[in-house]
Design a protein around this ligand. Structure first.
Ligand code: AMP
Length: 282
């Protein structure tokens, strides 16, 4: 009979399970590995998950694999090859492994698959709305396909693909890179939801850009799920206007789409002040 798919609410004990498994692996592997990463859904606080810990053992390069396979063999792990996913070596284990259920993989530092696992985990760790959405989809999938793992995976696949799309956009996006500190900016304000900095080519004596930390490309992508940050941004603008003493008035502009003058596709609010503004807007 097929194994029943169980999705449970987040349990902080999963982190302790990971730490126990990690400690045992580290004692045996020592400097053969560069790090041991908790990946997959149990690594994301707040996320519902199948209670199986996913672990990536990171090695400097594939030349260390032979020694790692034999060391893990002594701990009760059996090498299964890449199971069709290049860059990720899978290991099964026998009853000698006295630990909570887990999946163990070995990846080289430059493995694309490792990069995907870490990017997915780190995205979810910093996007609470995605965590609730993903929890909902997984619970729904387990309800619809309680004994059909392929159906379960198919049901949640579009959500995962969207997250990967967003991760790729964020890596390419100028303003996401400014938020991450990869590109310098003249910061005027920051909180957990938004970031404000001086425009590099100001068109008024005061020209500040206020942006959400979560990547939203443009105004027509605002939905009931992501609109709260926009209200927050307007609160921040009101606060900045007070602090900067803009009592002679100011203008807030958001261009949506290329034909309206949008050149950076991460939604932003231009806060402009210090000169007269004509109407209708140019
Ligand atoms: P928009 O044309 O409405 O998309 O506005 C994009 C704004 O981003 C322009 O006013 C640019 O001057 C500004 N900008 C582009 N690159 C940077 C940067 N590295 N730092 C600060 N502002 C920038």
């Amino acid at each position: 009979m097929a194994r029943r798919i169980t999705v449970l609410p987040y349990d902080p004990a999963w982190v302790r399970s990971f730490e126990d498994i990690k400690a045992r692996l580290l004692t045996a592997l020592g400097s053969l590995c560069t790090s041991i990463e908790h990946v997959g859904s149990t690594a994301v606080p707040g996320l519902s998950a199948k209670p199986i810990i996913d672990i990536d053992v990171v090695i400097p390069d594939r030349s260390a694999l032979g020694e790692v396979i034999s060391t893990l063999g002594q701990l009760g792990y059996r090498h299964e090859g890449d199971l069709g996913i290049p860059g990720r070596e899978a290991f099964a284990y026998d009853s000698r492994v006295p630990l909570p259920e887990h999946h163990l993989y070995v990846c080289a530092e430059d493995s694309e698959e490792l990069g995907r696992h870490l990017a997915f985990r780190d995205y979810l760790r910093t996007h609470p709305a995605a965590v609730s959405g993903y929890s909902r989809i997984k619970t729904e999938a387990a309800g619809l396909y309680p004994e059909d793992i392929d159906g379960y995976i198919r049901h949640k696949a579009p959500f995962i693909e969207n997250i990967y799309k967003e991760v790729i956009q964020m890596n390419d996006c100028l303003f996401c890179r400014i938020i991450k500190g990869e590109i310098p900016s003249d910061k005027v304000y920051e909180d957990e939801l938004c970031y404000a900095f001086k425009d590099i080519a100001p068109t008024a004596p005061t020209h500040i850009l206020v942006i959400p930390k979560k990547h939203i490309s443009k105004l027509d992508e605002i939905t009931p799920e992501n609109s709260a940050v926009i209200a927050h941004i307007y609160e921040v603008i009101a606060k900045l206007a007070k602090e900067l003493d803009l009592k002679d008035g100011f203008r807030v502009v958001t261009n949506c789409g290329e034909s309206a003058g949008q050149s950076v596709f991460h939604i932003h609010f231009h806060l402009l002040a210090g000169r007269p503004f004509g109407w209708p807007a140019g």
